[in-house]
Design a protein around this ligand. Structure first.
Ligand SMILES: [Cu+2]
Length: 157
């Protein structure tokens, strides 16, 4: 039969194919690391990406996260809050004081005449707000329902 004749070209073709595959493997081996290098650069530009996707969870992607709880009875779990000045603050006020209305509100000082930010007044609730902190300094926060019982200091550094 002529099978032996047709096998030889096939064998040569296979060898050529394998050589080409090996060559391609080397080419890919040198190409892929540079591709990965490009991907490594992207996270450094991630700030722009994060700004573009606030709906995906900008809450924790950037900025300062502050958690304050209202606890029994009629008090904040923390009365000293400090944040950096150069990034937005995302504050969550968790009212754990059963059936008592509370909120968290930030003012320029304890006269509470100029409000900077605040959560709604509610009971058995958790409210989250995001705001830009004022200039570095010492500020005042309180619960508007209990303005003398529930107070604290808010420092912007
Ligand atoms: Cu209160």
């Amino acid at each position: 039969m002529k099978l032996d004749v047709t096998k030889l070209p096939l064998g040569e073709a296979l060898i050529a194919f394998v050589l080409a595959a090996v060559a391609a493997t080397f080419v890919l081996a040198f190409t892929l690391p540079s591709g990965a290098g490009i991907e490594d650069v992207e996270p450094e530009d991630g700030a722009a990406v994060a700004e573009g996707t606030p709906a995906d969870g900008g809450v924790t992607g950037e900025g300062t996260v502050v958690d304050v709880a209202m606890i029994p009875t009629i008090q904040f779990d923390t009365v000293d809050v400090a944040v950096p000045a150069d990034q937005p603050v995302t504050l969550t006020a968790d009212n754990q004081d059963p059936a008592i209305l509370h909120n968290w509100a930030l003012y320029t000082d304890d006269s509470a005449s100029e409000r900077i930010a605040g959560t709604p007044i509610c009971t058995d609730c958790t409210e989250t707000i995001t705001f830009d902190p004022p200039d570095p300094g010492v500020y005042f926060f309180r619960c508007d329902v209990h303005p003398t019982q529930m107070v604290g200091t808010f420092v912007v550094e």
